[in-house]
Design a protein. Structure first.
Length: 276
């Protein structure tokens, strides 16, 4: 979960909202709970949320899920009412701190669809269509230039906030990020240096996180995971042992056999015979 200096973080987001003339909301890495937002919210959105709060939430969550799975760290999208919003993934290395959602903004390129949605929903919920149209046209206009400016400004604020420890990730970094990364990349070169690069952490931070959770240094933990991965493949597949050694990142089979025997007390072939 996110841990942040509420007063200073909200002040920064309020400044961002003032410059963009849009609501700015900060979410954690699981899309749950709005940790800080600028006030007041756009009047158009206030009216919509009185009737469509669940749809608004689902629209934002869906956008955050898409950008989480994407290699891109930002995207703009149309909400269910046709207004343009943008979501920015706050990420350093492999660690996702959370997301910032900014909007709504009026996109003149999709204005016809937005106005049609307003007509439909006003009729469905008995809202004053003229009033909703007026609120719609008061929203900040979206442009690609504005989008790029907001994106760069948001990233600059995020870097400042992290560097000043205004925003930190309060969870077990090893269990949630480092361990899954190692398990998924056993076939690649893995050491403290590569982990530092992947997670934008210092070697001391990596060492402390691994030792605190496992009681052994990163190098020994990585070797142990390679051996466990190899034994699982030996017991559950018919792949040649040399191929298995390659799959867990050890390309010298003699060295692989030596480390395997030291770890489990038996040669790799023992577990292959045991399987049969």
């Amino acid at each position: 979960m996110l841990n942040f200096d509420l007063q200073l973080t909200k002040k920064l987001l309020t400044h961002l909202g003032y410059l963009t003339k849009a609501s700015v909301q900060l979410y954690d890495e699981n899309f749950e709970g709005t940790y800080a937002c600028t006030e007041p919210c756009n009047q158009f959105c206030q009216m919509v949320k009185c009737h469509y709060a669940d749809r608004c939430k689902n629209s934002d969550s869906g956008a955050m899920q898409k950008v989480k799975q994407s290699d891109d760290n930002n995207m703009h999208y149309a909400c269910h009412f046709g207004m343009k919003e943008m979501v920015i993934k706050l990420q350093r290395g492999k660690i996702i701190y959370g997301y910032i959602v900014i909007g709504p903004m009026r996109d003149t390129r999709t204005e016809k669809q937005s106005l049609a949605a307003i007509t439909q929903y006003c009729a469905e919920y008995g809202l004053n269509e003229k009033e909703m149209r007026n609120l719609y046209f008061k929203a900040t206009r979206f442009s690609q230039q504005k989008y790029e400016a907001i994106k760069e400004l948001t990233f600059a604020i995020f870097e400042y906030a992290v560097n000043k420890n205004l925003i930190t990730v309060k969870h077990n970094v090893f269990e949630n990020t480092i361990a899954p990364y190692i398990k998924a990349n056993l076939d690649k070169p893995l050491d403290s240096e590569s982990l530092c690069e992947a997670f934008c952490m210092s070697e001391k931070q990596i060492y402390t996180a691994v030792v605190k959770s496992t009681g052994i240094p990163p190098k020994k933990y990585i070797t142990a995971q390679r051996m466990l991965g190899a034994r699982e493949l030996i017991e559950n597949t018919d792949e040649p042992l040399t191929d298995i050694a390659d799959k867990v990142g050890i390309h010298d089979y003699n060295y692989f056999g030596k480390v395997f025997r030291k770890t489990f007390g038996h040669a790799p072939s023992f577990y292959r015979r045991k399987k049969k």
